[in-house]
Design a protein around this ligand. Structure first.
Ligand SMILES: [Zn+2]
Length: 237
């Protein structure tokens, strides 16, 4: 179930139904559990929507780079944990996949740098203060959100863009399947280390994140094995 947001630059853009869980969670946690003022909750919802717009621009980075290289995009779906630009097919050359994978995080880097220039030029504080006035600190907060989106997506593990960047970089040197298996194994090793850290430190949610990354790598590797020529063209933020 998904809601069509529009047809932008020739691509259908949808909002996944699970997106409504994010504002419900924020309101439940902060209003009903802790009785925060609505002004703070409104600010957080504004930041959520702004972050989702940056995620959408990230996905358009992938989609428009793919179009330049002759690959169409079926649609773009925005979820509360990221976006998904579903390409019609995998680009044929590893270098093309590299460019498409880099284009998404590249958009967030450009936004972060533009905001950094503004923050620097206007003499604002780099680090937002903790009194949580998100409206007046909007440029700083969005700068950090985009810097985080950029760095997070470069983590070299599937399903992050970094996993695809690593795979396509390796595929410049070796067959595509072998590159996928090496990139997948590295991602799985990192996921296991992450889960062990989660277990020993008592941060059990990290174990779930580790498992998610582990199985995403497993999925990518088995897809590459079974349909080497027509591997799954979906990509995530
Ligand atoms: Zn991406």
């Amino acid at each position: 179930m998904r809601l069509k947001l529009g047809h932008i630059a020739g691509i259908d853009v949808y909002l996944h139904w699970s997106y409504v869980l994010a504002p419900i969670y924020i309101i439940y946690q902060l209003k009903w559990q802790r009785d925060f003022p609505w002004s703070i909750i409104g600010t957080l919802l504004l930041l959520l929507v702004s972050m989702s717009i940056c995620v959408l621009l990230h996905e358009f980075g992938h989609a428009l780079m793919a179009r330049r290289l002759g690959v169409g995009t079926r649609d773009i779906i925005i979820t509360p944990i990221g976006g998904l630009a579903r390409l019609e097919r995998l680009p044929q050359k590893p270098f093309q996949e590299l460019l498409i994978s880099l284009a998404g995080p590249g958009v967030n880097l450009v936004i972060a740098l533009l905001l950094a220039v503004y923050v620097l030029g206007s003499g604002r504080d780099w680090v937002p203060s903790l009194d949580f006035d998100g409206v007046t600190q909007f440029p700083e907060i969005m700068m950090w959100i985009n810097a985080t989106l950029f760095l997070f997506n470069l983590i070299p593990a599937f399903p992050m863009d970094g996993g695809r960047i690593l795979r396509s970089g390796l595929a410049l040197l070796m067959p595509h399947l072998q590159a996928t298996l090496i990139a997948g194994a590295l991602g799985q090793a990192g996921a296991i280390a992450f889960s062990i850290y989660g277990f020993t430190s008592g941060h059990y949610v990290l174990i779930l994140v580790g498992l998610f990354v582990y199985f995403a790598a497993q999925f990518e590797m088995s897809q590459a094995r079974s349909t080497e020529a027509t591997a799954d063209p979906e990509r995530e933020t």
